[in-house]
Design a binder for this molecule. Structure first.
Ligand code: ZN
Length: 70
């Protein structure tokens, strides 16, 4: 079963949620598990959002590494 790695309150709320998007699902149905048969579909807004979060995390890691080497 797909489990969002974050609490629903941490998920970006989009103006037009997509029912089958795994992130929109948790915003629309905070108490229900995401249907397994839908296998983690992600809408374009949350796709961009998760990529941006990854990029932020990667940038932070690189900054920490650069600081450790200084
Ligand atoms: Zn979404």
């Amino acid at each position: 079963m797909f489990q969002a790695a974050m609490h629903p309150k941490d998920i970006l709320v989009v103006p037009q949620p997509v029912a089958r998007c795994a992130y929109c699902w948790y915003v629309l149905n905070p108490l229900l598990p995401y249907p397994e048969s839908w296998s983690s579909t992600i809408c374009p807004v949350h796709d961009t959002w998760t990529r941006a979060q990854l990029a932020t995390r990667r940038a932070r890691r690189m900054t920490e590494r650069a600081r450790a080497q200084a």
